[in-house]
Design a protein around this ligand. Structure first.
Ligand SMILES: CC(=O)N[C@H]1[C@@H](O[C@@H]2[C@H](O)[C@H](O)[C@@H](O)[C@H](O)[C@H]2O)O[C@H](CO)[C@@H](O)[C@@H]1O
Ligand SMILES: [Zn+2]
Length: 308
């Protein structure tokens, strides 16, 4: 077995682009700092809209080639972030993008939203027992903003964390392992409100006509729910480059601190990324490092201390 670095972070996301939008700076920071960063993406994003006119032919109601194209976008984004361990849950295309909540694609055979929870979670248990991450990051129960694939990714991640620790569960998938800390992606309401006010004030200096609303931003909560932050400003360039790699989904004008998804609504970039610790012990009252308080980490590139 290859020796992995002492610190190991696992992120579980629904579509290609979510990782860069929500955690791009966090991933870049830990990858640059020698931690092992593993991203598991649950679908290929087959049902997404397409921003560039010249790629519109890929759309699900045209050639239905957006999924394979977004595999390439995600690989490019990982290169920008310096992340080398990236997997699709159950393999590329095992689970299909379910579309927005209520869409008929939610009920399409193979849609992630209708997947069997324990079957999907077992694929993630195999990754957890292989990598033995001390920290897991995923969405809150509402998936950040109510997208069915985000909600399902949350459920699969939390279920897999429980099953991976169960000695009686599928020992063919590896030895039991308990993840020390689990975080949900969060955004403090005060911070995002201020950032939106700045975008509104400078909207005429952007290529966008209108702004999104705070309710479009995943995971917004009252400030006191936020228990940790990663100051990603040193890695903002990498984060923006990774988001830009998802060209079918994201538009980012250079240097304006704003971006838009395919709806064309401007929203602020988040140079600091925020989290709520929902399982495990915090290392301090307000953490600036997701590995704070994790016992037995040996950063001399060994896996010592990670055994449950
Ligand atoms: C960030 C994210 O989760 N994107 C998803 C989302 O995309 C949105 C969807 O296409 C919607 O119709 C647009 O108005 C919005 O701007 C998009 O962000 O849902 C897609 C379909 O499930 C998914 O492929 C995409 O990754
Ligand atoms: Zn998504």
């Amino acid at each position: 077995m290859t020796e992995l670095p002492g610190r190991r972070l696992l992120l579980v996301h629904a579509h290609p682009d979510d990782e860069s939008i929500n955690n791009g700076a966090t991933m870049a920071m830990y990858a640059a700092d020698g931690a092992h960063v593993t991203l598991v993406t649950c679908t290929l994003g087959e049902e997404g809209e397409v921003i560039p006119d010249e790629l519109e032919h890929l759309a699900p109601d045209r050639e239905d080639l957006l999924g394979p194209h977004r595999i390439g976008e995600l690989a490019a984004a990982m290169k920008e972030l310096g992340v080398t361990d990236h997997r699709f849950l159950g393999g590329p295309g095992r689970y299909r993008d379910s579309g927005m909540m209520g869409a008929e694609q939610n009920r399409r055979p193979g849609a992630f939203w209708s997947a069997d929870l324990d079957e999907a979670a077992a694929h993630l248990v195999a990754v957890i027992r292989e990598i033995r991450p001390q920290v897991l990051v995923t969405y809150d129960p509402d998936g950040g903003y109510g997208h069915p694939d985000h909600i399902k990714a949350h459920r699969v991640a939390m279920r897999a964390a429980d099953l991976a620790a169960e000695p009686a569960f599928r020992r063919d998938l590896g030895d039991p392992y308990t993840i020390s800390k689990i975080y949900w992606n969060r955004v403090p309401r005060t911070t995002i409100g201020e950032l939106f006010r700045r975008v509104e004030a400078g909207l005429d200096r952007t290529p966008f006509d209108t702004t999104a609303t705070v309710s479009d931003v995943p995971g917004v909560v009252d400030d006191e729910r936020v228990t940790a932050e990663i100051d990603g400003r040193p890695h903002q360039v990498r984060k923006e480059a990774a988001m830009r790699a998802h060209a079918t989904q994201v538009s980012i004008p250079e240097g304006l601190g704003v971006f838009a998804l395919s709806n064309g609504l401007a929203q602020p970039m988040l140079p600091i990324e925020y989290y709520e610790l929902v399982r495990g012990e915090p290392g301090s009252a307000y953490e600036k490092d997701l590995f704070e308080g994790v016992q037995g980490i040996d950063d001399s590139n060994g896996i010592q201390g990670a055994r449950a």
